[in-house]
Write a protein that binds this ligand. Structure first.
Ligand code: BG6
Ligand code: MG
Length: 223
């Protein structure tokens, strides 16, 4: 029986993906002379800060060039740049349809938690005015492995005290869909169906996300 929803944040509730991209583009160019493009950015979605940096350095064939201290400095510079970009976020930055979707699922008696790789998630949720919409936020610093590992989604279901089979996970990244599937949760992809092809159900955009359609697809799969 469906009881709850586990949400990715960046690209699902708000469009911070473009800020992450802008910040990495700046730091990769300035600090490592690496020019990243949209296709590299697609691979970064859902990855932790350090895993994102490693992916960028590998793309630029510089994976063995820097010490751990130098990499920590680059990651911290990226975060400083990112924090400046998100400074003026407000509830207006909630992606189309998501506020109504959250309202609908609460009215229907479901509970929700956040499974975001971002250490900035609590700040962003607060700026969006959504703190009371979630019953828990997974702390990514306590995880052994990041997405596509299922751990973050399993923790998010635990926060709700639900079994993995009782929750739906929503994601915009293929690494996230892989994690939701590996956790044994029902996966909902939001975005390009060629990228999110492994999701149990796909909506082209957040504005299309529909509670009744999710309930139907979930029940069809579980009956
Ligand atoms: C994820 C984003 O939600 O959070 C990634 O999709 C990002 O792009 C990751 O790297 C970590 O975010 P932060 O805010 O901890 O650097
Ligand atoms: Mg995302």
């Amino acid at each position: 029986m469906l009881k709850g929803f586990v949400f990715d944040l960046d690209g699902v509730i708000t469009d911070t993906a473009r800020y992450h991209y802008e910040a990495w583009k700046h730091v990769a160019q300035e600090e490592a002379g690496i020019t990243i493009n949209e296709s590299v950015n697609e691979q970064l979605k859902g990855l932790s800060r350090m895993d994102s940096l490693e992916t960028i350095l590998k793309f630029g064939h510089k994976e063995n060039r820097y010490t751990d201290t130098e990499k920590a400095v680059m990651a911290s510079e990226k975060n400083d740049y990112y924090l400046k970009l998100i400074k003026n976020m407000t509830p207006k930055d909630i992606l189309p349809g998501m506020k109504d979707f959250l309202k609908a699922l609460h009215e229907a008696g479901y509970r929700a938690s956040i499974a975001s790789a971002s250490k900035n998630a609590p700040t962003i949720i607060d700026r969006l005015g959504l703190t009371t919409s979630f019953d828990g936020i997974v702390d990514p610093s306590l995880l052994k492995k990041g997405k596509p590992d299922p751990e973050i989604f399993e923790r998010a279901a635990e926060l709700l005290q639900f079994d993995n089979s009782e929750v739906v996970g929503l994601e915009d990244a293929s690494a996230g869909i892989a994690g939701i599937n590996a956790a044994g949760q029902f996966s909902v992809g939001i975005g390009d169906k060629t990228i999110l092809k492994d999701a149990d159900l796909i909506f082209p955009s957040t504005a299309d996300v529909d509670l009744k359609a999710i309930e139907k697809a979930f029940n069809d799969q579980n009956n």
